[in-house]
Design a protein around this ligand. Structure first.
Ligand SMILES: [Fe+2]
Length: 199
């Protein structure tokens, strides 16, 4: 069992090592020999999108996307929002996996890292949080907005930086999104502040 989780962490680390970005390097300059945390697996409706995201993933991200798709039932998937927040369609098409952090499969009190799934035709409205964030979509075609900017289509493997407390929003098109995220410099297990209902 431990070997399986180490393999997940290894795919995560190897993918991040393909980037040459100073900020990302700082984010990931912790000791990757993190203690494992025993978590009960939990599945969500959105996991059905993982076959498609494994097909769509950028070449360097495909081993990670495929590994997660193959082992989805062994992982602890979570949600921050309920149908009261963004509706049932959102809840049925949204979920995240914390690989490491204050509640994920490995213990890390300073940096959280994981994966987010959004199904097709989903709007994740403007939200922000104290933690600074890096997102790397593993699949392309999703529109991303930062601050007061316009929505911009981001390709798989692009690095997106959200400074502390800067609003961001995502809008998927006809395909689902699988994105890697990293958080640091703020509480790592808080619900983001949502600032608009319609994105
Ligand atoms: Fe965020």
């Amino acid at each position: 069992m431990t070997i399986f989780f180490e393999e997940l962490l290894d795919h995560f680390r190897v993918f991040l090592a393909t980037f040459e970005d100073e900020n990302l390097r700082e984010f990931t300059a912790f000791d990757w020999a993190m203690p494992p945390r025993a978590l009960e697996p939990k599945e969500l409706a959105c996991l059905g999108h993982l076959d498609r995201t494994a097909e769509l993933a950028a070449a360097t991200a495909r081993p990670l996307a495929k590994f997660v798709a193959d082992h989805r039932a062994e992982l602890r998937w979570s949600q921050t929002y309920t149908a009261e927040d963004f509706g049932q369609h959102f809840v049925d098409n949204y979920g995240w996996l914390e690989v490491f952090g204050t509640r994920g499969h490995f213990e890390n009190g300073a940096v959280a890292g994981g994966l987010l799934i959004l199904g097709p035709n989903i709007i994740y409205p403007d939200h922000h949080h104290e933690a600074e964030e890096i997102y790397i979509p593993l699949t392309g075609g999703t529109e991303w907005r930062k601050g007061d900017g316009d929505f911009v289509v981001r390709e798989g493997g692009e690095l997106i930086h959200h400074p502390s407390n800067v609003n961001h929003a995502m809008k998927t098109g006809t395909e689902p999104l699988l994105a890697l995220y990293l958080w640091r410099g703020g509480p790592l297990a808080v619900r983001p502040t949502v600032t608009s209902g319609q994105g």
